[in-house]
Design a protein around this ligand. Structure first.
Ligand SMILES: [Zn+2]
Ligand SMILES: [Zn+2]
Length: 705
């Protein structure tokens, strides 16, 4: 038996697989202490510190050099040193203890958020459009200070701080937080206005601003790396806030991307999956971050259940990312036993299967394309004057994850789309001529494209609509509009008119189109009038009155399109029908899947790959992460998972580019019965409590006769 990669059925990220394995179970130990904490670090005991970390299966940690208040945690000559340390070199002792114990250690340094520098150097502050700064009012508590990286003396000072840190201790890496220039990602300070105008550009144009902010950020990444490389070769740099468009340009300065995305905090459960797949598309390793907090940072007394933390860390590992759990040490600097018992439960579950996590990389059969402004943050809804990011990418990512489709998130123009058998274009993408040309070339080369259109999309922006027979497109004047599923496109409440809450385009099909191979899967219904002060009825939208006969879902052999925002619609309204239509469309145009299952959407299936090593053959690892048991959420609290509802008897079909010789459960080591041959394998998953892990392994080459 030999292993052979079938052509274009899956992208395995060979360059990412070639990178040496990195730490996989990290803790980010926040430690921001203001002047109102009179004593800090007073209960720190290096032996107890590392013993606690080891017991919780932690292999790496971020400790503090300088916090957001501006305080240093070692005797810095620059200062201010936190007065409550009373001379203690806390950072130095933490770094030393970790190195002795073989725990990788990174030193935290806050870049554009520094209250001390903001108060002492107001000339370094970013200015907003409204000609004020980001500083909160004098009677408010501190927030992001937003110092502008255009100030060379400020940048030089931070580089001197870096030199000082590296002269005092030898961490494995320095960890810079908040290098992003400011929350709105534009700056109207004197330097920025002058620099933009000197190039003859308009500082009020958000596109111009984003290019400048990307330049400043990239400059910081480059200069900080130059200093670290010069004074401490081999020490790595981590830079937070990198999960924003334009990452390809910044990638050369990065070793890894930490994805700050505490799911129970402001990021929700949508941010990490999208961005982990964006980072890996560029062959960068990533670390997904959750928190031990009930909610978000500095939630003292807020502690997740062991089950929820185990679930969230499994969910991160299932993408091939390393894991980080956020904690904040109390002022005493003594780690809290309750916190590390909880972290230990989650990390113990991953440590038990570390053999199938080490060097494993996520696999992709599809690319979800994103495109837009530099530094756009695709995992969040972003609104800025006329510029807005819809939740199209988040909604498409959610549907793909729920269907078990393995996907990357690809920024247009960065990597070859021909790697992927399937490309998804969701609303929210800017279909510039360059993006459109790239997608058209992909379709012409034989790729399969599914497009979810925002109302108002033109045929020039989406010329593949012409291939589906559309000759004219205009927005329907009605929001909501309605959709009726055509006969022959699956059985769903025949003849019912489902609401399209965010409107739709009216598509006209040409006389001789669509061809036989194009199916009208659903048609557009419209009401008698748009609800307004002049025309209204009842509490909400006007009911359907007209069947236009115009298509709202078209499905061809390798092309399919929605005339309404199916992805952001699903994300915003949770309408099951949208996900169901998306599923039927994918079944039609992309029937051959890496993983196919009738599992409920609460069971997420993630596929990773490990090349052959001395101890095992090439193999795929199927992660089943069980979100069943989510508590029906109240209006004012976070989602929580405290009860395990095991899933058993779930049938899964795999179609892998590998001849599978053995299938077994990574947790028990027991063989799992399978049918099929080559890479086409059918199995029934052993019961999944929180995190089931199945290994599909080829024979090692050295074991072949
Ligand atoms: Zn922090
Ligand atoms: Zn500026």
């Amino acid at each position: 038996m030999t292993t052979g990669v079938h052509s274009r059925s899956a992208w395995l990220h060979p360059d990412l697989e070639a990178i040496a394995p990195r730490p996989r179970r990290k803790v980010h130990l926040d430690y921001h202490n203001s002047q109102f904490e009179p004593r800090v670090g007073y209960a720190f005991d290096p032996d107890e510190f590392v013993a606690t970390l080891k017991k919780a299966s932690i292999d790496s940690i971020v400790v503090f050099a300088k916090d957001m208040h501006g305080y240093f945690y070692y005797p810095s000559e620059h200062g201010p040193v936190h007065p409550g340390l009373e001379g203690l070199d806390l950072m130095g002792e933490q770094v030393e203890a970790c190195r002795r114990a073989g725990i990788k250690v990174y030193t935290y340094y806050c870049v554009t958020w520094d209250n001390y520098l903001a108060e002492h150097h107001p000339e370094w502050l970013c200015f907003r459009r409204e000609r004020d700064t980001y500083l909160p009012a004098f009677d408010e508590t501190p927030n992001w200070t937003a110092l502008c990286l255009s100030n060379d003396d400020y940048v030089e000072l931070m580089l001197d701080h870096t030199r000082e840190i590296l002269s005092r201790c030898r961490p494995d890496g320095v960890w810079y937080d908040m290098p992003m220039p400011n929350p709105e990602v534009e700056c109207f300070c004197h330097n920025c206005l002058e620099a933009i105008r000197a190039e003859g550009k308009d500082p009020f144009d958000i596109r111009v601003q984003r290019e400048r902010m990307q330049e400043l950020l990239t400059m910081w990444l480059r200069r900080s790396k130059e200093v670290v490389d010069e004074v401490a070769p081999g020490v790595e740099l981590e830079q937070n806030n990198q999960t924003r468009l334009g990452l390809a340009e910044r990638a050369e300065y990065l070793y890894n991307v930490d994805i700050e995305a505490l799911p129970s905090g402001e990021w929700g459960y949508g941010y990490f999956p999208l961005n982990a797949r964006y980072v890996r598309s560029l062959d960068l390793p990533s670390t997904g971050m959750t928190g031990r907090f009930l909610l978000t940072w500095a939630d003292f007394g807020g502690l997740k259940s062991e089950n929820q933390l185990t679930l969230e860390t499994a969910w991160i590992a299932a993408t091939g990312s390393a894991v980080c759990i956020g904690d904040q040490a109390p002022p005493s600097a003594r780690l809290e036993p309750g916190v590390y018992r909880t972290i230990g439960a989650a990390y113990g579950s991953l440590a038990a299967i570390d053999d199938v996590l080490e060097g494993a990389v996520g696999v992709a059969e599809a690319a979800l394309v994103v495109s837009g402004l530099q530094l756009a943050d695709y995992g969040r809804t972003e609104r800025h004057g006329t510029h807005a990011i819809s939740d199209g990418a988040s909604g498409a990512a959610k549907m793909l994850s729920e269907l078990g489709v393995q996907y990357d998130v690809v920024e247009a123009g960065t990597v070859d789309l021909d790697r992927y058998p399937l490309v998804i274009v969701a609303e929210g993408d800017e279909l510039t001529p360059a993006v459109t040309a790239e997608l058209e070339a992909y379709v012409e080369a034989g790729g399969t494209l599914v497009h979810s259109a925002v109302p108002g999309t033109t045929l020039d922006e989406a010329p593949w609509l012409r291939d589906l027979g559309v000759t004219h497109s205009e927005p329907s004047p009605f929001t909501p509009a309605y959709l009726r599923i055509a006969d022959g496109f699956g059985d769903t409440v025949d003849g019912y008119d489902f609401a399209l809450y965010d409107g739709a385009d009216r598509w006209t099909l040409g006389g001789d189109a669509p061809s036989d191979s194009v199916q009208v899967a659903a048609t557009l219904g419209e009401p008698l009038f748009q609800r307004s002060p002049e025309h209204y009825t009842s509490h909400h939208q006007s009911p359907v009155a007209t069947q236009t006969g115009k298509p709202v879902v078209l499905v061809g052999d390798r092309l399919a399109a929605f005339a309404f925002p199916v992805a952001s619609g699903y994300y915003a309204h949770g309408y099951w029908l949208y996900a169901e239509l998306f599923r039927r469309v994918l079944d039609s145009v992309h029937p051959e899947r890496l993983v196919r299952s009738s599992a409920p959407s609460s069971l997420e299936l993630g596929l990773t790959h490990q090349p052959e090593t001395a101890t095992h053959g090439e193999r795929f690892i199927l992660h089943a992460v069980n979100f069943a048991g989510a508590t029906r959420r109240g209006r004012d609290h976070t989602e929580y998972f405290d009860q395990v509802v095991p899933q058993s008897g779930v049938p899964v079909e795999l179609d892998l580019p590998l001849d599978v010789a053995r299938v077994y459960d990574a947790r028990t080591g027991l063989d799992v019965e399978s049918t099929g041959e080559g890479g086409r394998i059918q199995v029934t998953l052993p019961a999944v409590a929180i995190h089931g892990v199945l290994v599909l392994e080829a024979t090692r080459r050295s074991d072949l006769p």
